[in-house]
Write a protein that binds this ligand. Structure first.
Ligand code: GLN
Ligand code: ZN
Length: 765
């Protein structure tokens, strides 16, 4: 018989119960007991949702982050936290977010653990901290409690743990020591842990080693061998689990490690299934991730069965089935989407539906397709409706895509020529000052938008309210003395959602929440069909803003790559193709703005870097189509029109050449948190166009001093010729208050003028 299981279930709850419980607990409005109660209830509910599987996962639930849980389980708690008074949960939240509800003082008492993206997903984990003297000790209480709880609900419980090598890989050495030096000590704890699991009645343990889909050096490959050869005497069976990609040159290694079973992401690595079967020793089971755990689309069950049946013939009882990865990355239950268009709804599968699919596939293999005839028929109908629907396929959009020429991605003249034309037109001072787009989003703005959406505010009243807000932004910017103004984005709830709502091919769910970090969730839009642009989206606001001032007003758009990377994207065509459709839609908006007389247009590509593939060898392919899409969106304008772009990530040194290829006239980037270290890239690469390295961190409420900004600017001016240097904050200001923004910008402007004066004095002397 084929065995079914799951790698992990979303934790946040259908209605984001965990989020609300955490946030009320953090505010001190709920007891620890009540929080843990909610967590218990959620886990029970989630196991009920998974009851049809042969094996249910335990330990995948987390109050904040599973990597942080692993650190606590291994006794790797940062010293700065361990020394403080309080319960284990206090320590846990101190590492997670710098404070626990026990810390009454207004500012957090310790600095939180660093957070970074979990492989190529939008989930962020707390980075484990290591030093050469890091000691480990086992603290399996949390995991065992979850296991006992699960065992009361289901006969077969499979704990999920993060493997030792991936755990080390994901962490950061604080003293530059070699993390792998810690492996031996770590393995002793893992051995102890596995023994305890055996005592708890556990048979199979899922041990995640997603590093197996990464490019590994010899020493990391060796670490995997060392780990699993040492753990092979463990009394439990290990299911070595990989996901998010292909094994490639690690395939043989993954097959050879002495464990009882291997899980392969068959959605991302369909071509490796046959090879793995050839290599895998006959005593091992093979778990295939056949249902995509990263998207929200129903699986074509018939197509999967077509290739899976022969695999089943070869493997028989050795075959296990599961989603490709943990379902952490999808929302809980599509059945909640009662307001969604019924046809689009019929194409969707969230976590609950994905597990149904796994169960149906197993049933079809175990008892023949006849045993699930009706389900397969219904599935085929949904798949074919999606393939043929006129909601999805817009022949004019496809035709337009065919007509894209290389010339469409090129500006009319090269940058130096454009720069002259633009400088003559704008007459900006040296070190011109500007902002990234949004201004504080007050309670009142949010309420106005909500009322309008709910139909409680007439459109004319809504428009007037937004205009008032725009006017306020413009007046404040003029009073401050900024050189290039923005309208402030009051009409936008979210930079992707706003444009998605105005384009064809996007749908929005009500409950499609996915955990981003801790209690934070995002609700990515769904790109289900060909994307196209109808009426101009932003011209009305930007034109109005421009009418209020003689200074240049920057139009503000979200770029195609960011729209793609922050959405659930259709899986029936290449991502690069969907991205080009988005590019054409944004191009239309750029051209509408230009026709409306707007002379500066910023196209944000906040998420460009996030789309980089896990393996460096695949970066160029991605960058090629992503940069091309941006150029198609941006470069249809006249020389006089100045194109800006903005990216809010650090670490861009390794893709600086690609960023230069975007050929934006001006780019603004985040650099202040690294004290301009990011500009090191400019030592080896002369960035050819204008650049505004962010001079203060908008994520902090602190007001930057004039001096601190001058110092940063001086650093920047050593690498960037003064005539190409802009002055701006790191990112948009929507999360800040006016009380913070005004003095901060005022200091920024003073700093810019001070630097300009220094420079002209130096030139005069
Ligand atoms: N223009 C957007 C803003 O200012 C950019 C946001 C971002 O980079 N994440 O809010
Ligand atoms: Zn940003």
């Amino acid at each position: 018989m084929v065995t079914t299981h799951n790698l992990g279930f979303p934790r946040i709850g259908r209605n984001r119960e965990l989020k609300f419980a955490l946030e009320t607990y953090w505010k001190g409005e709920q007891t620890e007991h009540a929080l843990l109660e909610t967590a218990d209830t959620l886990r029970r509910r989630h196991w009920q949702d998974q009851a049809q599987l042969d094996w249910i996962p335990a330990g995948d639930f987390s109050l904040y982050d599973h990597v942080l849980d692993t650190s606590f389980m291994l006794g790797n708690v940062p010293e700065r936290v361990g020394a403080l008074a309080g319960s284990e949960l206090d320590s846990y939240f101190r590492v997670a977010r710098g404070r626990s509800p026990a810390d009454k003082a207004a500012c957090g008492c310790v600095h939180a653990g660093e957070m970074t993206k979990w492989f190529d997903t939008n989930y962020h984990y707390i980075v484990p901290e290591f030093a050469s003297d890091t000691c480990f000790s086992l603290n399996a209480g949390r995991l065992l409690d979850q296991i006992y709880q699960a065992q009361r609900m289901h006969p077969k419980v499979k704990p999920v743990i993060l493997g030792p090598v991936s755990y080390l890989w994901l962490g950061k050495s604080k003293d530059d020591s070699d993390k792998l030096e810690l492996l031996d000590a770590l393995l002793a704890i893992y051995a102890q842990l596995l023994n305890e699991l055996k005592i708890a009645g556990i048979d199979w343990v899922q041990i995640d080693e997603p590093v197996l889909v990464m490019e590994l050096s010899e020493s990391w490959k060796h670490a995997l061998r060392q780990a699993y050869y040492q753990l092979q005497t463990t009394p439990v069976k290990l299911l070595l689990t990989t996901y998010f990609g292909q094994l490639q040159d690690n395939l043989q290694l993954a097959c050879e490690l002495p464990v009882a079973g291997l899980h392969l992401d068959a959605v991302n690595a369909p071509d490796e299934v046959a090879k793995v079967i050839d290599w895998l020793p006959v005593h091992k089971i093979l778990s295939l991730g056949v249902v995509n755990g990263r998207n929200i689309w129903r699986t074509d069950l018939t197509a999967v069965l077509d290739w899976l049946e022969p695999v089943h013939v070869r493997l028989r009882d050795r075959l296990w089935l599961a989603p490709s990865c943990s379902l952490l990355h999808v929302p809980v239950d599509a059945a909640s989407e009662t307001k969604l268009d019924r046809e689009i709804y019929s194409w969707l599968a969230f976590a609950v539906q994905k597990l149904d699919e796994v169960a149906v596939l197993a049933k079809a293999l175990n008892h023949g397709r006849e045993s699930v005839t009706d389900i397969l028929r219904d599935n085929r109908a949904a798949i074919s409706s999606r393939k043929q629907s006129s909601r999805v396929h817009q022949p004019p959009v496809k035709a337009r895509l065919q007509q894209i020429t290389n010339a469409m991605g090129n500006r009319r003249s090269p940058y130096p020529q454009r720069a002259t034309v633009q400088q003559n037109q704008f007459r900006l001072p040296l070190f011109p000052t500007t902002t990234i787009g949004s201004f504080p989003q007050t309670q009142q703005i949010r309420q106005t938008r909500r009322d309008f959406r709910a139909g409680q505010l007439a459109e004319t009243d809504y428009r007037r309210a937004m205009q008032q807000e725009i006017e306020r932004c413009v007046r404040e910017q003029e009073a401050l003395g900024l050189d290039v103004l923005v309208h402030g984005e009051p009409e936008r709830n979210d930079m992707v959602e706003y444009f998605g709502e105005h384009l064809d091919g996007f749908a929005f769910t009500q409950f499609g929440w996915v955990q981003s970090y801790g209690s934070r969730c995002v609700k990515p839009p769904v790109i289900y069909g060909d994307v196209s642009h109808g009426q101009p989206i932003t011209t009305e606001w930007i034109q109005y803003a421009q009418s209020l001032t003689g200074k240049p007003m920057k139009g503000m758009l979200t770029g195609p790559v960011t729209m793609l990377n922050w959405s659930f994207v259709r899986d029936d065509q290449l991502r690069s193709e969907t991205c080009l459709q988005l590019a054409l839609a944004i191009r239309d908006e750029v051209s509408a703005l230009e026709q409306a007389g707007i002379r500066m247009i910023q196209i944000d590509e906040a998420a460009l870097r996030e789309g980089l593939p896990l393996r460096k060898s695949q970066w160029n392919t991605y960058l090629d189509w992503a940069i091309r899409a941006f150029r198609i969106a941006a470069n249809g304008v006249a020389d006089q029109t100045q194109i800006h772009t903005h990216m809010c990530y650090s670490e861009f040194n390794d893709i600086i050449e690609a960023i230069a290829r975007m050929d934006a006239d001006v780019i603004t980037i985040e650099t202040s948190r690294s004290a301009m270290e990011l500009l090191d890239a400019f030592d080896r690469f002369q960035y050819p166009n204008e650049i505004g390295p962010g001079v203060y961190d908008i994520h902090s409420p602190n007001i930057p001093s004039v001096d601190s900004i001058v110092r940063l600017l001086e650093k920047a001016a050593r690498r960037i010729p003064p005539e190409r240097l802009w002055v701006n904050p790191d990112c948009g200001l929507k999360t800040r208050t006016w009380e913070e923004v005004k003095p901060a910008l005022s200091n920024m402007i003073t700093a810019s003028r001070q630097l300009a004066n220094q420079l002209s004095r130096a030139a005069a002397s």
